[in-house]
Design a protein around this ligand. Structure first.
Ligand code: C2E
Ligand code: MG
Ligand code: MG
Ligand code: MG
Length: 279
């Protein structure tokens, strides 16, 4: 007990700890400010089909910080989640994504594109989530059947019945669900079978060392076989090399995302890339 108190007393006055607490508080107030001030932008990373043709994109949020420049989600998503700011931020991401989807739908060259949007656990658990998505679809005119929501297993482990019901409500509108970072969580196969999912997304950590680590190679093969037997599409993320692509294709993968096909880029660069791939 005395030892614990002593440790607390030391860390309380620890200047490094103190600096970390101050930096976090600063980031928190910057983040709140950024949501009000419209400092976020979406970048788009192409997702390709079995013929390596663009089938859609994943929207990835970036923060254009006035002093620090472009910040990737690793620098603020956890804090946004902890503080609840992910709810307004996630709403902005969905609204922006739906507006983009509606624009693509109006042009024959882009009408086939699907957009995948990441939804955080806390955002998905808001009781109003399904109503908000429905309202955004109506306001923007985005085609629901082109919208894919990426959830992680952490969104799905609590309150199973409510989660399934919410997913069913959205699926009835035409929305699809992908399970992001698949293989890194703890959901049981029995549970997986009950969820109205359309796609499993093989986590990039398994793709990275696919060619050198036999365990990763068997995990990837197993996920592809699992998707096949559950009737779920599978997309591999983090594909960086032709060798990884060839392995995945040989084992039945039909959809891919990764630097081999394109980095996440600003909208104009993404659209220029589409035009180029049209020949
Ligand atoms: P994620 O959804 O699994 O997204 C994939 C991440 O892998 C992205 O990082 C992407 O830039 C990166 N990536 C794509 N291809 C490759 C590749 O070939 N090699 C490597 N090494 N990396 C690749 P990013 O953009 O930094 O996003 C990180 C995470 O932040 C995302 O992981 C997602 O969980 C979260 N995130 C991003 N945008 C949003 C958002 O709008 N809302 C929420 N809730 N989370 C988001
Ligand atoms: Mg994702
Ligand atoms: Mg992922
Ligand atoms: Mg990830």
């Amino acid at each position: 007990q005395a030892k614990a108190a002593g440790r607390n007393a030391v860390s309380f006055f620890d200047p490094i700890m103190q600096a970390a607490v101050t930096a976090r508080a600063r980031l928190h107030s910057d983040l709140r400010q950024a949501i009000r001030g419209g400092q976020f932008e979406l970048h788009y990373q192409v997702q390709v089909d079995a013929q390596r043709r663009p089938a859609g994109a994943e929207a990835l949020v970036r923060w254009r910080h006035p002093e620090k420049g472009l910040i990737h989600p690793g620098g603020f998503i956890d804090l946004a989640e902890e503080t609840g700011l992910i709810v307004p931020l996630g709403h902005w991401v969905l609204a922006t994504g739906c507006r983009q989807l509606a624009l693509w739908a109006r042009h024959p060259a882009t009408a086939h594109l699907r957009l995948a949007v990441n939804v955080s656990a806390r955002q998905f658990r808001q009781p109003s989530f399904a109503d908000e998505v429905r309202a955004l679809l109506e306001q923007t005119g985005a085609p629901a059947d082109r919208l894919k929501l990426e959830l992680t297993e952490s969104s799905l482990i609590e309150d199973t019945e409510a989660v399934i019901e919410r997913m069913e409500t959205l699926r009835a509108l035409g929305i699809r669900f992908a399970l992001d970072d698949f293989g890194t969580g703890y959901s049981s196969l029995a549970y997986l079978k009950r969820l109205p999912l359309a796609q499993l997304k093989i986590d990039q950590s398994f793709v990275r060392d696919l060619m050198s680590d036999p365990n990763d190679a068997s995990i990837v093969r197993t996920i592809l076989a699992l998707g096949d037997s559950l009737g779920l599409a599978v997309i591999a993320e983090g594909v960086e090399t032709e060798a990884q692509y060839a392995f995945l294709a040989a084992h039945g993968c039909r959809a891919y995302q990764g630097y081999l096909f394109g980095q996440p880029v600003a909208l104009d660069v993404f659209e220029a890339g589409l035009a180029a791939s049209d020949g």
